[in-house]
Design a protein. Structure first.
Length: 181
């Protein structure tokens, strides 16, 4: 191989090595510099939010009465805000209706709590759904949410102590056939 081709090959290899180093280490930053702090990204939040929370349950032999709180909040003024809650299946609200509506004043923003009670005729797993609608600067805005209501069911495995599953004890009673939960 002539000397000229060797010089060209060496120049080409050194150029490739320099390009590789330039890609690996951006200009102005030494190779041994610590990594820069990770950038924080913030997801945009909607100007209006809604949540459905089950705050209590009065359990009966079958079913019970659940206390539910709807929380609607707005960062900006929302005109004509209407909250609608729906009871699934054979569940009813305390006033006997399946659907409840509230006109909520959110013209100055802020948060409002709407407590409601739900009559549950049987044990099971139910979802209480709610929606809020309003307008912000003439544009319609709609949000929805749901809350899980479990009556007479456990979310996980039964409680155990030293390997044995625990069950509630039932007293013998007076023979009238009443069983206490």
């Amino acid at each position: 191989m002539p000397v000229r081709n060797r010089r060209f090959a060496l120049a080409l290899l050194s150029g490739l090595a320099a390009a590789t180093l330039a890609i690996a280490a951006p200009t102005g930053k030494p190779l041994d510099a610590p990594p820069s702090a990770a950038r924080q990204t913030i997801d945009p939040q909607p100007p209006m939010a809604l949540s459905v929370e089950v705050t209590g349950l009065q359990k009966h032999v079958r079913g019970g009465v659940a206390s539910v709180v709807l929380k609607v909040s707005a960062d900006v003024g929302v005109a004509g805000a209407v909250v609608t809650a729906k009871a699934p299946g054979d569940l009813l609200f305390a006033d006997g209706s399946k659907v409840k509506r509230w006109n909520v004043d959110l013209t100055t923003g802020g948060a409002r709590l709407l407590p409601v009670e739900v009559l549950v005729p049987r044990d099971g797993r139910f979802f209480i759904t709610a929606e809020v609608e309003g307008t912000v600067n003439g544009r319609p805005l709609h949000r929805g949410s749901s809350g899980l209501l479990e009556v007479g069911r456990r979310a996980g495995p039964p409680a155990s102590r030293e390997g044995a599953i625990e069950y509630l004890a039932v007293e013998a009673g007076d023979g009238a056939g009443e069983v206490q939960p």
